[in-house]
Design a protein around this ligand. Structure first.
Ligand code: AMP
Length: 419
């Protein structure tokens, strides 16, 4: 199948070709025809599937006919990074047309955004909070919106944006085309989709399946040795561009700082940064100025950086969906990638859930200096209980116990063995 089957306007088709796309991805194959036909759509797909093109291309095609300088398509996204990414993509795909897009989100001045809207745009990509600000200021008129798109609806719900979305919905015409994209379908999103969509086409793209181009490995490690392990595998795995995920903002900052101190070109992307610092981190990673980006799940949503060779789960994510989201950052389009997950004894249950969700057992990989497994932790915990009752002395940690049992590895020599 090629893009020509969609019969997109030649101006848009040329941009698609310039981008180097030859074959539409499954979501594009299934979503573009109904959207071109004017139907509402529920798209169950995560970032990395090509969903942006799946809604941008038919939207541009439909907007080509019709007036200019009024907001005719509104795309709402949960994060500034995702909004920027969609806006950038629209600019690329609309480069041969007279359609214009503006992006609006908080953390930067409202003035420039209001000026751009006033100058006249047909497409607005917005985060909910700042969009409401502009609506309150009467700086934006949504009464001419023909197409409404909610991207990453489940993430909007996670971030508490649903009341804002419902407020925004009151300002757009009820006669419109609506598209809702979500990686998962919690009941709140199902209800929202039912309220918004009229007889939608539904497209579901293996949203819980990990991409086949990614190889996965679990590395058991003691919590306190994770940074050491990270350094070890950064040195030994031929990593060119690595995205590291931590559970908290503090840890993201701290781990990036430690890597920087070790001489790595590392930076962090987490919610405590100012907008300028976030952009700096993201652009620095995209341009290759930083080879390692340490991020939290929320900050990393919507990151579109091609050529990420490795994803490292420094901390196991809280949900199986987050695992597929994270690991989907590598192995995109035609590339392959590797995902390593650092696993402590506390992660057993979540790992089982992840394996059930992705439908396969993840290979365990033991790195000799770090040899450690769950039985060690259980043994150490049992010993702790006994010692706690009999003699209150400082007991050996599980890792220390293990290191005592195994001959010390030669410093600097790193070997990788598979269990
Ligand atoms: P998305 O899921 O929209 O974030 O897209 C993921 C990545 O796939 C982006 O880097 C897109 O540029 C790329 N992409 C989207 N559609 C195609 C396609 N048909 N062929 C090759 N790459 C694509």
């Amino acid at each position: 199948m090629s893009f020509s089957v969609f019969q997109l306007h030649p101006h848009i088709h040329t941009a698609v070709q310039k981008c180097g796309y030859t074959v539409p991805t499954p979501i594009q194959q299934q979503a573009i025809p109904p959207v071109l036909a004017g139907r509402d759509l529920l798209g169950l797909a995560q970032t990395g599937t090509g969903k942006t093109a799946a809604f941008v291309l038919p939207t541009l095609h439909r907007l080509l006919d019709g007036p200019r300088k009024s907001v005719r398509a509104l795309i709402v996204a949960p994060t500034r990074e995702l909004a920027e990414q969609i806006h950038g993509y629209i600019e690329k795909m609309a480069q041969h047309t007279t359609l214009r897009s503006a992006v609006i989100y908080g953390g930067v001045s409202k003035k420039a955004q209001a000026a751009k809207i006033r100058a006249g745009v047909e497409i607005v990509v917005a985060c909910p909070g700042r969009l409401l600000d502009h609506m309150n200021d009467r700086a934006i008129n949504l009464s001419q919106v023909e197409i409404l798109i909610l991207d990453e609806a489940d993430h909007m719900f996670d971030k508490g944006f649903l009341p804002d979305i419902r407020r925004i919905l009151k300002s757009v015409p009820s006669q419109r085309q609506s598209l809702v994209f979500s990686a998962t379908m919690p009941k709140e999103i199902r209800r929202l989709a039912e309220d918004i969509l009229r007889n939608p086409a539904t497209v579901q793209i293996n949203h819980t399946q990990a991409a086949p181009s990614i190889s996965h490995a679990l590395i058991p490690v003691e919590q306190k040795r994770k940074t050491e392990l990270l350094k070890n595998i950064l040195e030994n795995k031929g990593m060119t561009s690595t995205l590291v995920f931590t559970k908290t903002k503090y840890k993201a900052k701290n781990v990036a700082q430690q890597l920087e101190n070790f001489g790595y070109r590392a930076t962090s992307l987490q919610g405590n940064l100012s907008q300028n610092k976030r952009q700096e981190a993201l652009y620095g990673f995209k341009s290759g100025a930083f080879t390692i980006l340490v991020a939290t799940d929320i900050a990393a949503r919507g990151i579109d950086v091609s050529g990420i060779s490795h994803v490292i789960n420094y901390d196991v994510p809280d949900t199986a969906e987050a695992y597929t989201h994270r690991t989907g950052r590598t192995g995109r389009a035609a590339c392959t990638g590797e995902a390593f997950t650092f696993m402590t004894a506390a992660d057993d249950k979540m790992i089982t859930l992840i394996e059930q969700t992705i439908g396969k057992k993840i290979q365990r990989e033991t790195i000799s200096d770090f040899h450690f497994d769950n039985q060690d932790i259980e043994a150490a915990l049992a010993a702790k209980k006994v010692q706690g009752r009999s003699r209150p002395q400082k007991e050996m940690t599980a890792g220390a116990a293990q290191r005592k049992r195994t001959p010390t590895a030669t410093p600097g020599r790193r070997t990788f063995t598979k269990r």
